[in-house]
Write a protein that binds this ligand. Structure first.
Ligand code: HEM
Length: 456
């Protein structure tokens, strides 16, 4: 198996022999892709951060990624919609709702903003790029009829009923992982990788129809796919991501071939044959959808579970409430999603000149919506920084976004959260936090990388 990040050779490394030209061209294209999408923005963002631009600080300062809430409050204090160096930024719940639900905004992309010359360079650089979970034809990157077609097809096989049908499977997976944890010889274990990290990927493998013996291969790509959601990545991370995307793409191509010959009951098998008014997803669209399911459904849910464990151990009174009233578990999951939103940031682009919160927003401008801040907006949530599993209006949170791109995996995420957390805390009622917890070092996704606990 090719290691992620080792597939593209730099022009300097390429040996002088037949085949060198395509290798060099591929490496150059990859470098241009990184330069345009990450490298140049990184330089510009760092410069503006030094000048005090709030948005740039959010993007460039690792201390802010770990604890973004003070900065969110500075954005909120500056107004509902603030002009940043590169785009508009908002910490407001009302603005996030409005923009996400508005027909004046779309996902946008370089095509809409760049000059014809830049677009030609990007078209050239894009040749040979791996299928990316958040670039077209991924449903998360497109609007209009294409988005409607993908979304209709996927929602037809990903219904709340079919997800509820997975409850037994999710419970069995959680129980098996907890059995493994209980057998751990050491009294202190990390709850993230062996539990919070394993539950979602096992569930996604079930959805994709991956047999048990093929799952370790998918797990090789999961971190790279999750990382693909990050903005302004350094070169090494970009190469790791592209390597993982290529590896996943090769794997998924073979897997789709297998499912066509021997379809199962899983979601991907049904997508292979599902049609909408006679139209099917093409091979590339199927690959993008499978990649999106892993990228969007994996690390987000890991982070939900990790943040929930951290919050509940830090707030034993709230855990006590759940012990007395276990029916509140689904609501506790929503409160974690609100208070420590696993997806902190989403963006949109104005499709035409429009106005938001009394400000003129020109066609082509980007608006960055700080979901983590919108979910702590005091105009909507009373005492917003308090963790309260009984919070009545908790479902008003925007952790799953809103509007046309509202999370398609919402029912599954809720199910995994409820079943996973309840089972964990019931199995180990005396669980306690231990020192050494470490947050993830990502901007868009918020969670825990390492969360040591004493089980008994
Ligand atoms: C706690 C867990 C999760 C959170 C917080 C979450 C959050 C989100 C958010 C914020 C978006 C919209 C992004 C935007 O508006 O730009 C989204 C979209 C999406 N999510 Fe989730 N998600 C979670 C779990 C899942 C799971 C388990 C799956 C499936 C296996 C999934 C599949 C998707 C898909 C397919 C989309 C794209 C929908 C579209 O573009 O129409 N998500 N998710």
């Amino acid at each position: 198996m090719t290691q992620p990040g080792t597939r593209t050779q730099s022009p300097v490394e390429a040996p002088d022999r037949p085949g060198v030209v395509p290798v060099r061209a591929a490496a150059l294209r990859s470098a241009v892709r990184w330069g345009v999408a990450h490298g140049l923005p990184r330089v510009a963002v760092r410069r503006s951060a030094r000048a005090g631009d709030l948005q740039s600080l959010l993007l460039s300062d690792p201390a802010v990624w770990r604890e973004p809430y003070d900065l969110h409050e500075r954005v909120r204090a500056a107004g509902p919609l603030v002009r940043g160096r590169f785009s508009w930024v908002s910490a407001s719940h009302a603005v996030a709702r409005e923009v996400l639900g508005s027909a004046d905004f779309g996902m946008g992309g370089f095509d809409d903003v760049s000059s014809p010359r830049v677009r030609r360079v990007l078209d050239w650089a894009g040749r040979g790029a791996p299928v990316h979970p958040i670039e077209p034809p991924s449903m998360l990157a497109v609007d209009g009829p294409d988005h409607t077609r993908y979304r209709k097809l996927v929602s037809r096989v990903f219904t709340p009923r079919s997800v509820e049908g997975l409850r037994g499977q999710v419970q069995a997976t959680a129980d098996g992982l907890l059995d493994d944890l209980a057998r751990a010889p050491e009294p202190v274990v990390d709850v993230v990788r062996p539990f919070a990290g394993r539950l979602p990927v096992t569930v996604i493998c079930d959805l994709l129809g991956v047999p048990v013996e093929g799952r370790s291969e998918v797990r090789e790509f999961e971190a790279g796919l999750a990382m693909s959601l990050e903005a302004v990545a350094p070169w090494r991370q970009f190469r790791t991501v592209e390597g993982a995307l290529r590896g996943f793409d090769d794997w998924v191509g073979r897997h789709l071939e297998h499912l066509r010959r021997a379809p199962g009951e899983d979601l991907l098998s049904r997508l292979v044959t599902a049609t909408e008014e006679g139209q099917r997803l093409t091979e590339r669209e199927l690959r993008a959808t499978a990649g999106l399911l892993v990228a969007a459904g994996f690390e987000t849910t890991v982070n939900l579970l990790g943040s929930a464990v951290h919050l509940l151990l830090a707030n034993p009174d709230q855990l006590q409430v759940l012990r007395a009233e276990p029916d509140l578990w689904p609501q506790a999951v929503e409160e974690v999603l609100r208070l420590e939103s696993p997806v902190q940031i989403v963006g949109r682009q104005a499709l035409r000149d429009t106005a938001v919160a009394g400000q003129e927003v020109r066609a082509g401008s980007r608006v960055v919506l700080l979901l983590g801040a919108a979910n702590r907006d005091p105009a909507v949530f009373e005492d917003p920084a308090r963790f309260d599993v009984r919070r009545e209006n908790v479902r008003e949170h925007l952790a799953f976004s809103a509007g046309r791109h509202f999370c398609l995996g919402v029912a599954l995420a809720r199910l995994e959260g409820e079943v996973g957390l309840r089972s964990l805390f019931e199995r180990f009622p005396g669980m306690r936090a231990e020192p050494g917890a470490r947050r993830t070092s990502t901007r868009v996704l918020r969670g825990w990388e390492h969360l040591p606990v004493r089980l008994r």
